[in-house]
Design a binder for this molecule. Structure first.
Ligand code: NAP
Length: 396
């Protein structure tokens, strides 16, 4: 993936010094899962003969607010920019802090325009589907546009009323008076760079297909354009390397570009998961589908992720701060552990990453699990976060 992102070549950290990686421990259960994750990543790195990582804890969230009166200090963003690869626990949304979401702020300020979520089942994890072993997809979700751009105004506000008036007078578009109004911007630039990153990933990793997921049958000029721009990037920039589904012949060897309407895609991922590999999609579809797919591999506690831009990547647990469990040593640390493994892959430290995944699988197969998985598996006494981490460590 480092080539996709255009930063350090794999293995570039083989010098005398190991990499410095800024860490945002996060709010709520952040400290619980980080304490379990850190020794596992360190042991895997040491066992695979790599230089130790220098963790640089940087403030963000509630603790940053208490320590320095800011939720997202500029020094934290500067460290992420400088070191280019970071690891992040969950951050709560400040109440009345003037920030819509710290996670969105980090993505925006660093232009981390792709949210990448590998969805791969770990042997031993519970699943509501019969063949979770067939689930092997990776989602590239556009992170900066769409209805998540933060462009919305409350019902009755002067801004909403002005937009309604403008739409009626200038565009002939009737909107019911006193409606709340939001905008859905989707640009050629934003859509193409997302699809480009997904295409590079698919080709570098010899994936069989890339599917553009959209709702272009209804939203023709936004989601429909996403589809058209996606095909255009594949055709023009990856000529000879890609082929559309209708043109593909057996044993062609080229990357097959497909597209699916989003609602159909939810069904496809349940009924025919083995036919899909890399998925590229706009923001809202991606948010929904990421969590739906996470359910097939055991839930949010098992889902790793990364927010990635050109030359920058922040790997993160995909769930929130689960405040009711904060400090109780109860929650599942796998999302952060597996995000760490994804990060090791990115650094080119594939053996260390494989060791982490294999130790997690070994622990689950021994039926050592936290409460969230025990609940799905039945008849098990769950272990706490630290005991689970220790069990993984012992299997490394
Ligand atoms: P959440 O923190 O993800 O928690 C929702 C539920 O998911 C928990 O009550 C728990 O379910 C389960 N869960 C989450 N993490 C788990 C783990 N590691 N192990 C086991 N179960 C886990 O979502 P939320 O309660 O909606 O949001 C809380 C705060 O987090 C909000 O301030 C939100 O803005 C923020 N948030 C941050 C991020 C991020 O930093 N990337 C993402 C989402 C939300 P049960 O109750 O069933 O046990």
């Amino acid at each position: 993936m480092s080539e996709v992102i255009g930063v350090n070549t794999p293995g570039a950290w083989a010098g005398a010094e190991g990499p410095t990686i800024p860490v945002i421990v996060g709010d709520g259960i952040g400290p619980d899962i980080w304490q379990a994750t850190r020794p596992i990543l360190e042991a895997a790195v040491a066992k695979s003969g790599r230089r130790p990582i220098n963790w640089l804890e940087v403030p963000a969230g509630q603790k940053a607010w208490e320590d320095c009166g800011e939720y997202l200090p500029e020094s934290t963003l500067a460290a992420l920019r400088q070191y280019r690869v970071g690891l992040k626990g969950p951050l709560g949304t400040p109440v009345g802090g003037g920030i819509r979401s710290l996670n969105v702020a980090i993505r925006r300020k660093l232009d981390l325009y792709a949210c990448i979520r590998p969805v791969v089942w770990t042997p031993g994890a519970p699943s509501p589907v019969k063949r979770p072993d067939q689930v092997n997809m990776i989602i590239f979700r556009e992170n900066t546009e769409d209805v998540y751009a933060g462009l919305e105004w409350p019902a009755g506000s002067p801004e909403a009323d002005e937009l309604i008036r403008f739409a009626g007078e200038k565009l002939g578009a009737e909107i019911r008076p006193s409606s709340a109004v939001g905008l859905k911007p989707m640009s050629e630039f934003g859509s193409k760079r997302l699809v480009r990153m997904a295409l590079r990933w698919a080709l570098d990793n010899r994936c069989p297909s890339l599917t553009l997921v959209h709702k272009g049958n209804i939203m023709k000029f936004t989601e429909g354009a996403f589809r058209a721009w996606g095909y255009e990037v594949a055709r023009k920039e990856f000529e000879g390397l890609t082929v559309t589904e209708s043109e593909a012949g057996a044993g062609d060897g080229r990357l097959v570009i497909k597209d699916r309407i989003a609602d159909n895609m939810f069904m496809q991922t349940l009924l025919r998961p083995d036919e899909y590999s890399v998925l590229a999609m706009p923001n809202l579809n991606g948010d929904y589908l990421s969590d739906a797919l996470a359910a097939q591999i055991g839930g949010l506690g098992m889902a790793p992720g990364a927010n990635v831009g050109d030359g920058l990547a922040v790997f993160e647990a995909t769930h929130g701060t689960a405040p009711k469990y904060a400090g109780l040593d109860r929650v599942n640390p796998c999302s952060l552990i597996l995000s760490g493994a994804f990060m090791l892959d990115f650094l080119g430290w594939k053996e260390a990453a494989a060791m982490v995944r294999s130790a997690v699988a070994g622990t689950l197969q021994a039926r050592i699990v936290t409460y969230d998985l025990a609940r799905q598996m039945g008849g098990l006494s769950p272990v706490g976060t630290s005991a689970f981490g220790q069990a993984v460590l012992e299997r490394l």
